[in-house]
Design a protein around this ligand. Structure first.
Ligand code: FAD
Length: 471
């Protein structure tokens, strides 16, 4: 392989976007991927029924950060975009022994429709009154990196934090709310408090300024045929010979300043003076030991959690009516269940499954709950079904069940993450032309990864001879 090519390690969405952007700019990327397929965590295996697609990893992307949506359109997938159900937006939280409906207009921690909030039983009256304390409490210290759980409890009280704020916010990251950094996971709330002194006040100031919903767009969107159509479309746009699957990189060495040698499991060596490493941080850490021990140590300290998705397809006639009325539920951790929540996939995205089929996707594991995964797939599916029966009254026999396991796959942006990423970036001064990208650093969602892949390509095109970077 030519020494002037840009080497991209890992063909998850980040590496694919990076290679795609490099190829668009006329460069010659070489994309090395350990598995025999591209896409990384984006994986949409087909079920045994015609038109039934499971999502093993992500099942949708947010459009408030438009990078993933824009990419889908750029790749010609606009016709396959699916919006969430316009009317059946119900979400529940399982707390105090039963499912309770989120009131309309509740945006994570702030009600925008006060009457609906007051009428709801998501928390009791003392907790509602305590939540309003957010209006009056002083703001926290300007640069204090605080956990999501501590922030929610400080501003809204422990009961609201535990009952519904933590389950939603920590659920997105499969994380422990008492460890996840607010600044790194929900920087918008961190900023709201700094700027307005109160989240509710900030929300009030923003209401009326929100752009009207665009027809054909919803906050979450997905693709008919599964999200893998996005990563497959990226791979299909790459010049022949770009992607090398089954190419596990075992080590990376800096042969001379700004000159790298990647050694593959088969013994082959690939050299380049620009390398984009879009591998998870724990995989990068040992590779960087000889290049920047300081960066390697920091990379090794990024915590990753193990998770699992368990998807169950049912005859729609056999599931309780509520499953056709909303997007799913989250669970108050005090309820001590195996699952942390469930998405009613077939209701959330109509047209995603064959007619007459209901699809429910449950989440298990995550930081602090990983022992729930210490069992066989059959046992895990059994525990999930027992939770679904107890929580949602779903007792029917599934037509098909898929368990997907993601060991050490979810980066935990715990308190101090932001500062750690800064230290990794600084340590890469010793590694000209080496760029670290992907979900481990500045955002785990698909739009964040698309942004990171694009920035990595820009950096790789511009940095030959200059310091390395985290993007
Ligand atoms: C269960 C689950 C549900 C999620 N749900 C959502 C969601 O609904 N919406 C959303 O926006 N985000 C979601 N996410 C997050 C999102 O899917 C990921 O953050 C994102 O896909 C990560 O992309 P990446 O390219 O950074 O990394 P990865 O997808 O991890 O890609 C890294 C690639 O590197 C390869 N690799 C590893 N080691 C080597 C090596 N030594 N040599 C060569 N290649 C190697 C891997 O095989 C992999 O292909 C979810 C994640 C999980 C796990």
């Amino acid at each position: 392989m030519s020494q002037e090519r840009v080497l991209v390690l890992g063909a998850g969405i980040t590496g694919l976007v990076c290679a795609y952007e490099l190829a668009k700019a006329g460069a010659s990327p070489v994309l090395l991927e350990a598995q025999n397929r591209v896409g990384g965590k984006v994986f949409s295996p087909a079920g045994s029924r015609d038109g039934l697609i499971f999502e093993a990893g992500p099942d949708s992307f947010v459009t408030t950060k438009p990078a993933a949506l824009e990419l889908a359109i750029e790749l010609g997938l606009e016709d396959r975009l699916l919006t969430t159900h316009a009317e059946k937006k119900g979400m529940w939280v399982y707390t105090r022994g039963r499912l309770r409906r989120f009131p309309e207009g509740l945006l994570l921690m702030a009600p925008t429709k006060i009457r609906a909030f007051l009428a709801s039983d998501v928390v009791g009256w003392p907790a509602k009154i305590r939540m309003a304390g957010d209006f009056f409490l002083p703001a926290g210290a300007r640069d204090y990196d605080e956990s999501v759980g501590a922030f929610a409890a400080r501003r809204f009280g422990v009961e609201a934090a535990e009952s519904f704020i933590n389950p939603v916010m920590a659920g997105i990251h499969s994380g422990d709310p008492d460890r996840l950094s607010l600044k790194s996971t929900f920087p918008q709330f961190f900023e709201m408090e700094r700027k307005y002194g109160s989240v509710w006040r900030a929300m009030r100031a923003a209401s009326g300024k929100r752009p009207p919903a665009r027809p054909g767009r919803t906050m979450f969107m997905t693709l008919q045929g599964g999200l893998q159509s996005l990563t497959d479309a990226l791979a299909a746009r790459l010049p022949a010979g770009t992607v090398h699957t089954g190419a596990r990189v075992e080590s990376l060495a800096q042969a001379a300043p700004g000159r790298y040698e990647a050694r593959l499991a088969g013994g082959e060596c690939v050299t380049a003076n620009r390398v984009v490493c879009s591998l998870p941080a724990p995989v990068c850490a040992p590779m960087l030991e000889g290049i920047s021990p300081a960066a390697a140590a920091e990379l090794g300290a990024v915590v990753f959690a193990s998770t699992s998705t368990v998807s169950l397809a049912y005859d729609a006639a056999a599931v309780p009516a509520a499953i056709g009325e909303g997007f799913g539920f989250v669970i108050d951790r005090r309820e001590k269940r195996t699952i942390s929540g469930a998405t009613y996939s077939s209701t959330k995205f109509p047209g995603r499954v064959p007619a007459g089929t209901a699809l429910v996707r449950c989440f298990a594991g995550g930081a602090g709950n990983e022992s729930a995964l210490d069992c066989s797939d059959e046992e895990l599916a059994g525990k999930v079904r027992s939770d679904l029966a107890g929580i949602a009254g779903l007792e029917a026999e599934p037509l098909e069940t898929r368990v997907a396991r993601w060991p050490n796959a979810s980066p935990q942006y715990n308190v101090g993450h932001d500062a750690r990423v800064g230290r990794i970036h600084a340590a890469l001064a010793a590694a000209p032309g080496l760029i670290l990208a992907g979900a481990s650093y500045k955002g785990i969602g698909l739009p964040d990864c698309v942004r990171s892949g694009r920035e990595a390509a820009r950096a790789a095109l511009g940095v030959a001879g200059s310091a390395g970077a985290v993007v």
